[in-house]
Ligand binder design. Structure first.
Ligand SMILES: [Zn+2]
Ligand SMILES: [Zn+2]
Length: 458
């Protein structure tokens, strides 16, 4: 009895995660993510399967590159069940609503420009209403780690903690004794809030992400020290600190570290702004799911809020956000987008980037072609919201806050899986090559990079 797996996304690229698994007469999708960046156009290709025929969609986690096309799937006829942990369902909800809103705004502004250039602009992939509709398919009760769920006689799966973001999981399928594991995105060890990734069981086949298959990060501990020094140096010279951040996980990591600094009594009096409604909502969801915290964060949670301290202000409204512009020193501003591709951070850059007493701390990867990347590469002037702004603030790049396992951690994780067939997914081709050689040398494992739409029989 054959098990067929078709990669429908995240092939030789990091976005659009989606795999179709067919066994025992069932069609099961693992993730239904959005393509982002240079692959964006692929979102408009039809699904390489009939959404009406899918029985289950199992989500590894709530990042948009893993759940972002759910509303589209539902609009095209999906009527199955969506299975995931509770934080994944809750976070997916706010992420999808935000995605619909951002797509709509982007569409309107592109349309205005297109009127002048005659360009054709794709409509948004879906509307808020489609998002609301898709919530009906999330299945209760939510899934737990370590528990076996039967899909059909002889066909089951188990979720284990991937340690990537709150509620993230990897999936171990078992079909008539054969085991197939999907890594989802695997986390970076030693991070606060989430636990370290669980080791996988032995498997016959493993589909593993390779985002950082080619390199090792600095440890979180080292990065935290760099971060603290950058913040303190700026506050002592009476500047403002700007931290572009993803709303999910990274923003909470930063609040966690700042709270620690406050409690250790090293943070001088200042004003910390979490200037992102999405990050504020995500933080609230974190507080509703303490059973998903690691031991340290859980212990703190039992006594107090791990993400809060007296200097912190949540600025949800646009008016409150604008008022931050009046603060000329002693402000720490956490705002999106993490790659400076839009969002409130642009306004803060306009007011602070040209002032040499200020600093800009990058705690996330800045891809080629983004404003963030241009600043890191040393541009002395950049265009922000239609104005030329000099880059005089001190710029820091700190890489150990990453939510992804590095080469060493991916290899260690894979070493627990026995002697499986390895399929490399969710990574750039060059990095996959390096990772393939590395695991051949370290674990004597052969690996294979599947094609988009290729039908793999296991
Ligand atoms: Zn992810
Ligand atoms: Zn991902």
């Amino acid at each position: 009895m054959a098990i067929r797996i078709t990669p429908c996304g995240a092939v030789r690229t990091v976005t659009g995660s989606c795999h179709l698994l067919e066994a025992k007469g069932l069609k099961v999708l693992v993730d239904c993510g959005m393509f982002q960046g240079e692959d964006e156009e692929k979102n408009y290709d039809p699904f390489p399967f009939d959404p009406k025929e899918i029985d289950y969609l199992i989500l590894t986690h709530a990042h948009i590159d893993h759940c972002g096309r759910i509303p589209l799937l539902v609009r095209e006829g999906f009527r199955g069940k969506i299975l995931c942990t509770r934080p994944t369902a809750q976070i997916a909800r706010i992420m999808l609503l935000d995605a619909a809103k951002v797509m709509n705004e982007t569409y309107k502004s592109r349309l205005r420009k297109a009127e002048r250039t005659g360009e054709i602009v794709n409509p948004p992939l879906y509307e808020e209403l489609d998002v609301l509709e898709s919530f009906d398919f999330f299945s209760h009760p939510y899934l737990e780690y370590g528990k076996r769920y039967d899909l059909a006689p002889g066909f089951s799966f188990t979720l284990r903690d991937a340690g990537h973001i709150l509620g993230s999981a990897f999936i171990e399928f078992e079909v008539e004794g054969r085991k197939i594991t999907f890594s989802g995105d695997l986390g970076n060890r030693g991070k606060p809030i989430v636990r370290d990734p669980s080791p996988p069981s032995t498997a016959d086949a493993v589909f593993i992400e390779t985002t950082y298959g080619d390199r090792n990060h600095k440890s979180f501990k080292e990065s935290k020290k760099e971060f603290e020094e950058a913040v303190l140096k700026t506050l002592y010279r009476e500047g403002n600190v700007l931290i572009p951040s993803y709303a999910l996980e990274r923003a909470q990591d930063i609040l966690f570290v700042l709270r620690e600094m406050f409690e250790r009594d090293i943070l001088p009096e200042c004003q910390v702004f979490l200037d992102s409604p999405l990050a504020i909502n995500a933080t609230k969801i974190f507080l509703q799911n303490p059973e998903f915290f690691d031991e340290e964060t859980y212990r703190i949670f039992k006594e107090r809020d791990p993400f809060s301290f007296p200097y912190l202000k949540f600025t949800r409204e646009v008016e409150e956000s604008k008022k931050i512009n009046d603060v000329k020193s002693g402000a720490i501003i956490i705002a999106g987008s993490g790659m400076l591709t839009g969002g409130r951070i642009l306004h803060h850059l306009k007011h602070n980037l040209w002032r040499e007493e200020c600093s800009l701390i990058f705690v996330g990867f800045q891809p080629k072609g983004t404003l963030g990347r241009r600043i890191i590469e040393g541009a002395d002037k950049v265009r922000i919201l239609g104005e030329e702004i000099a880059v005089r603030a001190e710029v820091y790049t700190i890489n150990g806050f990453s939510s992804h396992a590095d080469q060493r951690e991916l290899t260690e994780w894979l070493s627990h899986a026995g002697n499986p067939k390895v399929f490399l997914i969710h990574g750039e081709e060059e990095k996959m090559k390096i990772f393939a050689e590395h695991i051949k040398g370290e674990l004597n494992l052969e690996s294979y990079v599947p094609e988009l739409g290729e039908v793999l029989e296991i």
